[in-house]
Structures are given as structure tokens and as C-alpha cells.
Design a protein around this ligand. Structure first.
Ligand code: FAD
Length: 275
């Protein structure tokens, strides 16, 4: 199928993009890497009157340290982040998660912020942002605001972003001393969306596990340093609390089993990396 007709704007400045977004509101869509939006247009799942192409805006290309976090601007591709020198030391969880996203070709076009904005419950970057307690920096013609990941993701392909806002950047907290990280995923084939993905953070004080692909958004849970049966019970409670259902790809029961197994393996791996 072909997309419905739309107008196309390639603004030269961020202010121009925001003014167009403010004017068109829900009638407009920002176009970043197009790796999700083009498919949705072709299937006519969305039919915007206006596409605002922000892919070429150099002002949105920031990729730098911002205090204790790594700031990633709206036009930074997933491949550019993956290739950042020293990423495995700076934000280890990102270095572990990025290779799981689609294929090199899709990461070469797809942006980090586009994936966060798209908010697919199975996507790796929203999961990493939730696990690390990162932030989303929103900007509109009215001003700026920032939201914690936990307040940003609101459901399947649904976020707290207002129609006139763009994600200007996201902030991923950098490695904290004494923390270990791990990422595990199960998909039918490499490059497919996850049936279940988990991101683990461990320290001498406690454990955190975030799960994607089961609930309608990435969900994180914190525990003290549980071991053995107590950890197994906690993982089982979490698996049931996520409330995933049956679908064409996997049963709810299989997904609960993945949460328990991948979760346990990732937490153990993160623990080993603490020291
Ligand atoms: C074959 C294939 C396999 C894939 N596999 C995976 C996978 O395994 N895991 C995964 O996570 N993803 C996967 N993807 C999706 C890919 O990661 C996309 O790049 C990502 O979901 C969207 O990023 P984008 O820059 O392409 O955004 P676009 O497709 O351009 O936009 C997606 C949505 O976000 C909005 N948007 C984009 N940028 C902004 C912004 N700055 N502010 C506000 N709204 C914005 C758009 O308006 C649109 O609604 C796959 C894609 C393909 C084609």
C-alpha cells in the first residue's frame, strides 16, 4: 500500500520545526530515521497531513557528556551511539543493548530519540532508559520540560509527549561506581522485536530489573540483595505482576517463564560485574 498524501517540510532550524509542529498539532508527525514511521505510513496506520523532517537538523546532533549522564540529541542515530568510543565504560548497558536493535542497516538510519518517541513496549532503548532511570528532554515553541522515563512511557506506542512537543534529547545516566549491568533478550530471530527483554543493574546495595515486551511499557522493579529462593520468588511475583497476555508471538505463560529465566541470568551477570 502507498501512504495517503501528505505535505513535507524540511525545516532549516529547530525553531522552524517547532513552529510548524505548534501550528499543525496532531495533524503533523516528526520524521526522524523513518524506520518505524515509514512502515506505519505505508500501512496507513497513521495519515498525517504534514511530515516535518528533522533528520537533517545539525542543531539536534548533540552526543556528549552532560553532568552525570550521556546526552543524545534527536538526530543522533542508533549506529552513531553504538560507535561512540568508550561507550562500554561510559554507559555499559547501552553498549550491551544496542546490538539487539533490528539490523545494522536499520540502526544506521533509526535515531535513539525516535525509538524513545515511538515507545514500542518491546524496544530496547526505552527499556535501557527505564532501567537506568534516564530522562526525556521535551521542547515546544512554549518552552522546555524534562520527564523521568517512568513518567514518559504511558502505554503501547503512547507517551506523555504533547502534540506540539519534540524530544530534543534523552539523558542516559552514566556508569556509577560499584554497579554492574547486564542485558538479555529472546526473539524468534536476531533483529526481530523481543518476545521478552530484560536489563539488570546490580550494586552492593540492591538489584534492579527492567522488563520489556511483556507489559504495555517497560517496567522496572527494585529489590534488596536477594539470593536463592527469595530471588526466585521475587522474580515470579514480578512476572505475574507484569500482566502480559497471549498473542500471535508467544503465550503469557511462556513470557512469564522468560521473565524468570532471563531475569535471573541477567541479575547474576550484573552481580558478577559489580566488583
Ligand atoms: C526491519 C526493522 C527491524 C527493527 N527492529 C527493531 C528492534 O528489534 N528493536 C527496536 O527497538 N526497534 C526496531 N526497529 C525500529 C527502529 O529502531 C526505529 O529506528 C525506531 O523505532 C524509530 O526511530 P526512527 O528514528 O526511525 O523514527 P521514525 O520512524 O522517523 O519515527 C517514529 C515515531 O517517533 C516520532 N518521532 C521521531 N523522532 C521524534 C522526536 N525527536 N520527537 C518526537 N517524536 C519523534 C515520529 O513522529 C514517529 O511517530 C526496527 C525497524 C525495522 C525497519
Amino acid at each position: 500500500m502507498k501512504p495517503a498524501a501528505f505535505d513535507y517540510l524540511r525545516p532549516e532550524t529547530t525553531a522552524e520545526a517547532l513552529a510548524a509542529l505548534a501550528e499543525a498539532g496532531e495533524e503533523a508527525r516528526l520524521l526522524a530515521g523513518g524506520q518505524s514511521l515509514m512502515a506505519m505510513l505505508n500501512l496507513r496506520l497513521v495519515q498525517p497531513a504534514l511530515l516535518i523532517d528533522i533528520g537533517g537538523l545539525a542543531a539536534l546532533g548533540d552526543l556528549r557528556r552532560d553532568g552525570d549522564a550521556l546526552l543524545v540529541g534527536a538526530s543522533v542515530t542508533q549506529a552513531a551511539l553504538e560507535q561512540r568510543a568508550g561507550l562500554a565504560d561510559e554507559v555499559p548497558l547501552l553498549a550491551l543493548a544496542l546490538p539487539w536493535i533490528g539490523h545494522y542497516q536499520t540502526r544506521n538510519r533509526g535515531t535513539v530519540c525516535g525509538s524513545i518517541a515511538h515507545a514500542d513496549p518491546s524496544a530496547e532503548l526505552p527499556l535501557a532508559l527505564a532501567a537506568l532511570g534516564g530522562e526525556v528532554m521535551l521542547r515546544s515553541a512554549r518552552g522546555r520540560r524534562r520527564l523521568a522515563a517512568a513518567d514518559f512511557f504511558a502505554g503501547i506506542l503512547t507517551t506523555a509527549r504533547r502534540p506540539d512537543e519534540m524530544i530534543e534529547a534523552v539523558r542516559f545516566p552514566c556508569r556509577r561506581p560499584g554497579e554492574g549491568y547486564a542485558f538479555r533478550e529472546m526473539a524468534r530471530r536476531h533483529g526481530d522485536f523481543a518476545l521478552c527483554a530484560v536489563a539488570a543493574v546490580a550494586s552492593g546495595r540492591g538489584l534492579r530489573l527492567a522488563v520489556g515486551g511483556v507489559a504495555d511499557r517497560p517496567v522496572a522493579r527494585d529489590w534488596p540483595l536477594l539470593e536463592g529462593g527469595a530471588l526466585a520468588d521475587a522474580l515470579n511475583d514480578f512476572a505475574w505482576a507484569l500482566g502480559g497476555g497471549d498473542d500471535a508471538h508467544a503465550s503469557a505463560r511462556y513470557r512469564r517463564s522468560l521473565v524468570r529465566k532471563l531475569g535471573h541470568a541477567a541479575l547474576e551477570e550484573a552481580r558478577r560485574r559489580c566488583g
